[in-house]
Design a protein around this ligand. Structure first.
Ligand code: HSE
Length: 297
């Protein structure tokens, strides 16, 4: 018995929600096949598209799968085959896609003993191996789809948010790799009160915008004075891309997760494509190879 899965890419932070807000990219992601085996435990039998370890204890999918099996307490074994399309260090949740895919697939093959929300904590164990920290803002949207809010980490409290029907994402992925662990290390552990006030105002505003489909409110709320100023210098051409996106009608633009990918939120597929075209044309000047995607949420 086996299952074939699509493991979606995700955008974490979305400017105003560092470590708490994320969205799922419906059409961009990896593929995975999981098969029941007679041999007990987890084996990673094949990885294509990336040079990643097959050793279960060194692989995010392996770690997440083991956390799942330990909790379930089963003797059933599984073989995992991973076909990576999302590059590691791209900022669109490559590790989360693998961790979430593994636990989602195992759960399905075991007759769904856990809810998708319950699977998040297993996937976070895998995420911790990649980033040095159990953040859930990529694995939660990968498992639940749409927008998700991590209302709290202790205990984990995840809320699925509505997806306004006309919202589309454009992502540009410059082909350089930034490690999440390193991009977390550059952040200041404390922030000025005035920045905190701006940030929680924007996060509340953005979420209110999702519920009321108020695109203007979403636009006003897509701002980040805390993380973006520190991380954006690591992304060649960031300021220019953001400016180009806004000039071409994007509601907002910012760093996707810990970068280097840059996301834009757009009202309507036409605007999303226009923005994609404009930033692609613009980014050519940097001489850095890149890919541009447009996706519904
Ligand atoms: N919230 C995490 C960070 C996401 O920005 O470090 C990493 O993809």
């Amino acid at each position: 018995e086996s299952i074939r899965l699509f493991c979606p890419a995700t955008v974490a932070n979305i400017s105003c929600g560092f470590d708490v807000l994320g969205l799922c990219l419906d059409t961009i992601g990896d593929e995975m096949t999981i098969t029941k085996t007679a041999q007990k435990g987890i084996q990673i039998t094949r990885i294509t598209g990336a040079d990643l370890p097959l050793d279960v204890t060194q692989n995010v999918a392996g770690i997440a799968a083991q956390a799942f099996l330990e909790q379930l307490g089963t003797d059933q074994g599984f073989a995992i085959e991973i076909h990576k399309k999302i590059k590691a260090g791209s900022g669109i949740g490559s590790s989360a896609a693998s961790a979430a895919g593994a636990v989602f697939g195992l759960n399905a093959l075991c007759g769904n003993p856990f809810t998708n929300k319950e699977l998040i904590s297993f996937a976070m164990k895998g995420e911790a191996l990649a980033s040095g920290c159990e953040h859930a803002d990529n694995v939660a949207p990968a498992l639940l789809g749409g927008f998700t809010l991590i209302r709290g980490y202790e205990p984990l409290d995840v809320i699925a948010l509505p997806v306004p029907s006309e919202l589309y994402v454009t992502v540009i992925h410059p082909q350089i790799a930034l490690k999440t662990a390193e991009m977390r290390a550059v952040l200041a552990p404390e922030i000025p009160l005035k920045n905190a006030i701006a940030q929680w105002g924007n996060l509340g505003g953005f979420i209110a915008g999702l519920y009321t489909e108020d695109y203007n409110l979403m636009q006003r709320s897509l701002s980040d004075k805390i993380v973006e100023p520190v991380r954006s210098p690591f992304i060649p051409g960031f300021d220019k891309i953001k400016e180009t996106a806004l000039q071409n009608g994007a509601l907002g633009a910012g760093i996707s997760g810990s970068g280097p990918s840059i996301f834009t939120l757009n009202k309507g597929i036409k605007t999303a494509k226009k923005v994609a075209f404009a930033i692609a044309e613009n980014y050519t000047e940097t001489g850095i190879p890149f890919e541009v995607y447009t996706s519904p949420i």
